[in-house]
Design a protein around this ligand. Structure first.
Ligand code: SF4
Ligand code: FES
Length: 372
């Protein structure tokens, strides 16, 4: 018998897939949703109210770049009214000081800004956007000035892993309360750029030592969150705390997904908030029920004592690397496919990145500022 249905705690609201940046590790799907299909303000407000009724405590306002939405202040207000803790996950490019102040007045509780590198030229090259580094730093300072807690999300890969120390120092100097050392996870655009982003084993080992030293140095000054990157770990991560257990993602057009990469799994049926309530989707949608519990598991997971700890790892990664979403995540050293992960971790390609682009709908920072 499976565990009783838990309540979701977090909702990732992907308000739009539009974004001025082109980060090559973006976890958005390769087939980005268009502006014409985006949910309107009233529907997001309904979704937030339903989420709160369902037990959700925290909403992550994300994208793409969530502030590319003209109604981001109204959306934030609606989430706040629903008594959700609101976290804005932003690139900060295109976000103006004026808009940020309006968001603060609307009840924004927390801001997370992604940083590409400690070096401005490298950071702008990774983001595929000139001036992104300077803009991010300016907005990060403004967030702290407004008294909103700030997390710096340092996205780590081969080009910047040797500068983790400086990135953390910069986060401290900005007044961030938390820094997340977020090693790239290979989904979406990152999967397409895997060999261009993959660090070497020596780099990863140095980074682990560096994070340990930083934690001691900045103990009680900043929280440093870091996990070992997937392809170099012995056991997989319990992806999102287990499929359909604690969180849900709503795509810009209203599809509700158990995780951001779930649409890569063939045969899953996703329900939309346009036709169903969030509670109905959480309880009954075929996609959410596909990998709940342990009955779907194959060996070695099916009889493994860790199966309720890591839930067999990540379904999307199992699919991407083995072609079978029910397989053990091959990051696990017990997987018969584990050797493949070691081989892929060795592959490198120094050709230019494939930047994330949605040309038809490309929103530039200048356009965003006009409405800011
Ligand atoms: Fe986790 Fe499956 Fe590996 Fe066991 S075999 S540790 S359940 S991924
Ligand atoms: Fe889909 Fe891990 S990203 S289950």
């Amino acid at each position: 018998m499976g565990e009783p249905l838990l309540r979701p705690l977090g909702l990732l609201a992907e308000l739009t897939h539009r974004c001025p940046l082109g980060c090559p590790y973006c976890s958005n799907p390769i087939a980005l949703e268009s502006r014409a299909d985006e949910l309107d303000t009233a529907t997001w407000a309904r979704v937030f109210a339903e989420a709160a009724d369902l037990g959700v405590l925290q909403v992550h306002l994300s994208g793409g770049e969530p502030t590319a939405r003209r109604d981001i202040v109204e959306i934030t207000e609606a989430a706040h009214r629903a008594s959700l803790y609101t976290n804005l996950i932003t690139s900060a490019v295109g976000l103006t000081e004026k808009k940020l102040a309006a968001l603060a007045r609307a009840g924004l509780d927390h801001v997370q800004i992604s940083m590409q590198d400690a070096d401005a030229i490298s950071a702008d090259r990774i983001a595929g956007y000139d001036g992104a580094y300077a803009r991010k730093n300016a907005i990060a300072r403004e967030v702290v000035q407004l008294g909103i807690p700030l997390t710096v999300n340092a996205v780590i890969h081969r080009a910047n892993i040797d500068r983790i120390g400086t990135m953390v120092e910069q986060a401290v100097a900005l007044g961030a309360s938390r820094v997340e050392i977020a090693h790239v996870q290979y989904y979406g655009w990152a999967l397409a750029n895997r060999a261009k982003l993959m660090p070497t084993r020596q780099q990863v080992e140095r980074a682990v030592g560096c994070v340990e030293a930083l934690r001691q140095r900045y103990h009680s000054i900043i929280v440093i969150d870091a996990v070992l990157p997937d392809y170099f770990a012995r056991y997989p991560k319990p992806c999102l705390g287990g499929w359909g257990r604690r969180s849900l993602n709503v795509s810009p057009s209203g599809k509700v997904l158990p995780c951001h990469a779930a649409e890569t799994i063939p045969g899953l049926e996703f329900w939309s908030v346009r036709e169903h309530s969030l509670a109905d989707i959480w309880r009954s949608s075929p996609a959410f029920n596909a990998f709940r519990g342990t009955e779907w598991m194959k060996e070695p997971c099916a009889s493994c004592p860790r199966r309720l700890q890591d839930f067999g790892g990540c379904r999307c990664q199992a699919l991407a690397l083995t072609g079978d979403a029910r397989a053990t995540d091959p990051v696990c050293h017990l997987s018969p496919h584990h050797v493949l992960v070691a081989e892929l971790a060795e592959q490198r390609d120094d050709a230019p990145y494939i930047y994330r682009r949605n040309r038809a709908d490309r929103t530039t920072a200048a356009e965003m500022a006009k409405v800011g």
